[in-house]
Design a protein. Structure first.
Lengths: 334, 303
């Protein structure tokens, strides 16, 4: 791997983060209305107090959140804070720090996403390969239409249907939350079991829908690969069918799948975020949803920045390991 | 001077056998059933919203116009929701609204993508480097989350049109990428070379030589963009970040979740919009994969 590719890739990485941070800085300042003021007004309205002294309170809070300094100072301070992953305090649940809120939610999201993405990728890719293989059983080759339909359904809509069918009509699984009500998150075996039990439905809705997506993509690639000369040659040489399938067709067709995995991480995460909301799963998505409802801007921007960061790291890692999978790619002069 | 290029005719070989029009349609249907089924689904959905208003009072798509919380009955075939909307009317009104968001946003995204893709692909050099880099960067970012920050910042002003624009703001990278790669292969073709050598200006080549040849790809890209933008808009709406006063499909699902329709067994509230959305996606997907087969002959069915 050439050094200049690495450098270019790292520059791209930095630009992504800078862009996300800057967007987060600009957007709230373009929007009309002062979040601090609105928040205070709504708090006062629910409390039933008089409005006296609200301007002083707004000023005090503005000072605390640094909203009274000139814009460029705010921007530089903001970038510095973003570098340290310091997103300030949550407005809605002050004095909780945004980073702490995110860190509490992150393990839930990462474990749910990692497991369900891995399962769906492997399952979907295998199914897709089999769907295109001329000697597969007939029923497998007729899976194309159902898979297409599954891939066309957004995760969260499938989630709604699953909640209703497997959670309410036939109450096999809990319909919401990440663990039994009343228990406290800890690392005991009983709690982990409970957490897995609660995550089955959200995971299932991601797996089903994403597997369809991977299967359709893989099928297309397999169909092209099967027509290649080297597959015909392998057949003529008398290599056993299983060998041709695994080492000739599948091995080559899987490469674009990996590229599209790297490209679609963002979409996968976005979809999972909404799934969490449907299931009230205690991850980053639900945190984001609460923040949107209470216009808790700092939490919204913190969550978005952290997610962009996570995906940028994952994409970078996938890109850099790509030459290991496909020796033809060395990023030389690319 | 520009005339030299115009005299180039499409190859005659393609017209060896000229079947009758209906035979052509039948042949085409047999060769490309995906596209036909997809078109039928989308046209059927459009028909619901065209014919629907003759059978149901569309004003009942607004709250407080019907008895709230009714299961399906003869009077309300799809029941009503908690806020007193007739859900059949909601479907009739919501379907075209959701499609409208998709078409608006898809058109904006495609236009930006076409401009950027044509410039990047045809001009090459530094223009290409910069545009490609931006596209690469934006493609890896979790789009929906960026849209969420934008939409959350302007939550109170979101109408159907504004939502379409918000979604369109991230709908251009994929079209840009597809169009750029097509332009890269087209620009080396003979007729473009001839046009260039005979002194046709760059804008003229782009407008009169490249663009017409890009049309099938543009159409395929447009359908893909429509389906992607509808997906994004429904994602935003399910979070409550949609037009608060318009009964789009996504907002209907949002209200259903918000009022706990799932737990309360009010399946008639959330199931029809989901079915409509899924049909819409399957239809658009079939059309775009069918169009792919036309646009990229290499992908034509081998099996």
């Amino acid at each position: 791997m050439r050094v200049d590719y690495l450098v270019r890739r790292l520059i791209q990485f930095v630009i992504v983060l800078w862009g996300a941070a800057t967007l987060n800085f600009i957007l709230p300042r373009l929007a009309p209305g002062n979040p601090v003021r609105e928040r205070l007004l709504s708090a006062l309205a629910t409390g039933g107090y008089q409005q006296a002294g609200i301007e002083e309170m707004v000023r005090a809070y503005n000072e605390q959140f640094g909203l009274d300094k000139p814009l460029y100072v705010q921007y530089l301070l903001y970038l510095q804070a973003a570098l340290q992953l310091d997103f300030g305090y949550s407005i809605a649940s002050y004095p909780a720090k945004v980073l702490n809120l995110i860190m509490a939610a992150l393990p839930w999201t990462i474990s749910l996403l990692l497991v369900s993405t891995l399962i769906s990728f492997v399952l979907g890719t295998l199914l897709g390969a089999l769907m295109a293989w001329p000697r597969s059983p007939r029923f497998v080759r007729h899976l194309v239409l159902p898979m297409m339909a599954l891939s066309a359904i957004p995760y969260y809509l499938l989630g709604l249907v699953l909640v209703y069918s497997l959670g309410i009509l036939v109450p096999m699984f809990p319909i919401s939350g990440g663990y039994a009500i009343g228990s406290l998150p800890n690392l005991s075996w009983a709690f982990i079991q409970d957490a897995i039990y609660h995550s089955i439905l959200p995971a299932l809705s991601i797996v089903l829908s994403a597997a369809g997506f991977w299967a359709i993509g893989m099928r297309g690639m397999m169909v092209t690969t099967e027509g290649e000369d080297y597959v015909v040659y392998a057949e003529a040489k008398g290599i056993p069918e299983r060998g041709i399938f695994l080492h000739y067709a599948l091995r080559n067709a899987i490469l674009p799948q990996l590229t599209s995995l790297a490209l679609s991480l963002g979409t996968v995460v976005s979809g999972a975020v909404v799934v969490e909301i449907v299931f009230g799963y205690p991850g980053v998505g639900s945190l984001l949803f609460q923040a949107i409802r209470s216009l808790d801007y700092f939490v919204i921007y913190g969550v978005v920045f952290m997610t962009v960061l996570a995906i940028a790291i994952a994409t970078l890692a996938l890109d850099l390991t790509y030459p290991l999978v496909d020796p033809r790619i060395s990023y030389r002069g690319a | 001077m520009a005339d030299t290029s115009v005299t180039l005719e499409p190859p005659v070989l393609l017209r060896l056998r000229e079947p009758g029009r209906w035979a052509a349609v039948r042949d085409y249907t047999r060769r490309n059933p995906d596209m036909v089924v997809g078109l039928i689904i989308v046209v059927a959905l459009l028909l619901v919203s065209l014919i629907g208003p003759f059978f149901v009072d569309v004003r009942q798509a607004q709250p407080m116009r019907a008895v709230p919380g009714q299961p399906p009955s003869a009077r309300y075939p799809l029941g009503t929701d908690d806020q007193g909307r007739n859900l059949l009317a909601v479907m009739v009104v919501g379907l075209p609204l959701t499609l409208k968001i998709g078409f608006l946003a898809g058109a904006v995204g495609l236009s930006i993508g076409a401009i950027l893709g044509l410039s990047a692909g045809y001009l090459g050099g530094i223009t290409d480097t910069i545009i490609s880099m931006i596209v690469d960067i934006v493609l890896t970012v979790p789009g929906l989350l960026i849209l969420i920050t934008i939409a959350a910042s302007i939550k109170t002003f979101i109408s159907v049109e504004v939502l379409a624009l918000v979604v369109a703001s991230l709908a251009w990278p994929r079209p840009t990428r597809t169009i750029r790669s097509q332009v890269l292969t087209l620009r080396e073709r003979g007729y473009i070379q001839v046009a260039r050598r005979s002194g046709v200006s760059t804008p003229e080549i782009i407008l009169f030589q490249l663009l017409p040849n890009l049309l099938p790809y543009l159409a395929a890209t447009f359908v893909a963009a429509v389906s992607a933008t509808i997906l994004a808009s429904i994602g935003l709406e399910v979070l409550g970040l949609g037009p608060q006063n318009d009964p789009t499909l996504g907002m209907t699902i949002y209200w259903a979740i918000n009022y706990n329709a799932l737990l309360r067994g009010m399946w008639w509230w959330w199931l029809p919009p989901i079915i409509a959305v899924v049909l819409m996606f399957v239809g658009l997907f079939l059309i775009s994969s069918g169009m792919d087969e036309i646009a990229n002959p290499r992908r034509r069915r081998v099996v």
